[in-house]
Design a protein around this ligand. Sequence first.
Ligand code: AMP
Ligand code: MG
Length: 315
Amino acid sequence: MLCVNSVSEAAHAIRRGQLVGMPTETVYGLAADALDAQAVLRIFAAKGRPRFDPLIVHCCDLAMVRSVAVLSPRAERLAQLWPGPLTLVLPRLAVVPDAVTAGLDTVAVRIPDHPLALDLIRASGRPLAAPSANRFGRISPTTAAHVLEQLGDAVACVLDGGPCRIGVESTVLRPDPSPLVLRPGGIGREALAAHLGEAIALAGRDERAGALPREAPGMLASHYAPRAPVVLRQPGQPWPDDAACLAFTGHDLPATAQAEILSPSGDLAQSAAGLFAALRRLDARQPSRIVAELVPDHGLGEAINDRLRRAAGLG
Ligand code: AMP
Ligand code: MG
């Protein structure tokens, strides 16, 4: 396996039905030709991902989006936010293989905001199905090295775009019949609501499960998980001496704690960008457990807290 900076080499691999590690502004994706069912099945096999968990299709422009899905007036308005960390769940066209959508009549689509991803999609001439480039249920990759660690044998190559700018996955939103966030992510609900001029609900666990094929729910509760068990710290509780700690600002951490601090100044964007790498570093110390504190629950904080709860198996 090679780490390359050649988009044309990577596009050749895509056209041969192979897998490519693709940088995006959110996390690194494991990309394949979304219109080639055999190639898409290789994604599920490489990740160990259950087939009932549908994939996001990455497009380079609106014309490509319209070749796989139908946009309602509300979806058109949300599409003005592309390229960006927003995935829309839309009625699909027949050209999309069942393997991508897990047999649903909707498809999740976005236009990523990363020059290498856009170049790769354009050079391949195909929409690319790409979940995060990690083994199913484990921590998402935010550098090319993270991809090589877990999936080096599965990919034809990885395009190295450096560390991901946003660091958590895209916000998944179903626009109709009324806008509903199925997964909080790289763009906060407040920003989406301001753009649409209407309130946007956050799906509870049951609604989230209801949007997916029947088998999905329980399987997806634990996710983004390190090897060590993750426990959430209750507000005001002292930090333990015998565990690895993931702190937000770290203002009340004892000097002796084995800790990672997400943002000393309390910045949520900085916290999101460093979240998965910090979890990996803590896990590499092989602690008996990782104690993590939640962050303020607004903007990107909703996505960070969602990932921490799911890492703790409370998804
Ligand atoms: P990822 O694991 O980052 O590839 O994100 C894929 C997630 O998007 C899935 O686990 C679902 O939660 C969501 N998703 C993808 N396609 C659909 C769909 N057609 N309907 C509802 N949710 C979807
Ligand atoms: Mg993932």
